[in-house]
Design a protein. Structure first.
Length: 404
């Protein structure tokens, strides 16, 4: 059986493709024609082996949706027996192909299907191509056999419910980090090599700065200001502690964050880094005492959550523990729950006296990632492929229904 991983937002399907190939699965990575530069495979690997199983499609962006024929999409995918896809529902529906496992990157589930909900019929007619893309995205999601997405937090449950696909939403995880290449200590860029030696505490927040505006896809706030305000509270209590907060020039609210930092007078404790490749970024995450997930939606986690866990760095993240469940995992991952700025400040204060506690949490978090997002998760991916190989999509549907 030949498997296709279609799309690569957040590098997640490149990661999955490598794990599947490690298990002997004949799997190719199919990149869209509009993949973001810092999510290209070359940015998440130290070799060029990926070139032998990676192809670049001539379609993927909204403009190509209109110009790409059904015949072309079918021809590009005809050799594959099992389709795993992200950001591809509109194209798959256009081609009459049901995605076997849909792994949403975010916007194509949360935002795109509902873009025209508040527009009247006349305004829709003026944007027929976009309207068709939106409708086909919705239909493509609904036609997917399995949707591998956390359905507990309102952030995801609401769109899944509106699309009437909760009955096929089976969340078992997807590995976001190919951990084996980051196990060894990586060298920091030369100008930052004394950063660790000169500071007793280092926090890194590698997420986009997003807390004032909505970005172009309408994503919810990541609560970027929570880390700033909490860190400021900590510095007021412990001004003599040598510490640094590392942030990235990434996201629509960078200027707002810089203004807040100046307002709180903590700029001397903050280092701004340029947006960078994951293989560079992971060096900073691995070196830090704390790394950040997100502080607003309360969902199970996103890319930065899994990056933090995979490196063994203690994770700071807000999780709504009242609604999020870990049914298909060994239990909740080890982390520090940060619902607000004061709780972050308390954690940083406690770190000064109990640093070993947080080192242990980080190591346990890495073990959780290994057990759940490598072993258990990959076992399930292999099982799904085997089920379809032996019994087709009907067997896949039956198995999914038994798990929900």
């Amino acid at each position: 059986m030949k498997v296709a991983c279609v799309g690569n937002m957040n590098n997640m399907l490149f990661v999955l493709c490598r794990y599947l190939r490690d298990e002997g699965i004949d799997c190719d990575l199919l990149l869209f024609n509009n993949e973001m530069d810092h999510f290209l495979p070359s940015n998440d690997t130290f070799d060029e082996d990926y070139t032998s199983y990676t192809k670049v499609l001539e379609w993927g962006d909204i403009n190509s949706f209109k110009t790409t024929s059904q015949k072309k999409i079918v021809a590009d995918l005809k050799e594959y027996d099992f389709i795993i896809a992200t950001q591809a529902p509109a194209f798959m529906y256009k081609a009459g192909i049901n995605i076997d496992v849909f792994v949403p990157a975010g916007g194509e589930l949360i935002i795109t299907p509902f873009l025209f909900d508040k527009l009247d019929y006349v305004k829709r007619l003026r944007q027929l191509s976009l309207w068709k893309f939106i409708r086909y995205t919705k239909f493509g999601i609904q036609k997917s056999i399995i949707i591998n997405q956390e359905p507990f937090s309102e952030y995801f449950r609401s769109p899944l419910s509106k699309l009437r696909v909760l009955s096929k939403t089976y969340y078992f995880g997807t590995p976001f980090v190919y951990r084996k290449i980051y196990k060894e200590n990586l060298l920091l860029p030369h100008r930052y090599r004394d950063l660790r030696e000169k500071n007793d505490l280092i926090i890194v927040n590698q997420a986009r700065q997003l807390w004032v505006t909505h970005d172009t896809m309408g994503h919810e706030s990541k609560g970027s200001d929570v880390i700033i305000r909490g860190y400021s509270q900590f510095l007021k209590k412990k001004p003599k502690i040598s510490s640094k907060l590392l942030l990235f020039e990434y996201g629509p609210d960078v200027d707002y964050t810089k203004a807040l930092i100046n307002e709180l007078d903590i700029s001397s404790n903050v280092i701004w880094l340029p947006r960078m490749q994951r293989k560079e970024l992971m060096t900073f995450v691995k070196m830090a005492d704390f790394a950040c997930g997100e502080f607003k939606p309360g969902c199970i986690g996103g890319l930065t959550t899994w990056e933090s866990l995979a490196t063994g760095t203690c994770l700071l993240h807000y999780l709504n523990e009242k609604v999020v469940k870990f049914h298909n995992f060994t239990g909740p991952y080890p982390f520090i729950n940060v619902p607000n700025a004061s709780s972050l400040a308390d954690t940083l204060n406690d770190f000064q006296e109990n640093s070993l506690k947080y080192v242990t949490i980080g190591k346990n978090g890495e073990k959780w990632y290994e057990d759940n997002f490598e072993k258990r998760c990959m076992k399930e991916w292999l099982k799904l492929i085997e089920i379809k190989m032996n019994g087709g999509q009907k067997s896949l549907i039956k198995y999914c229904n038994e798990q929900i």
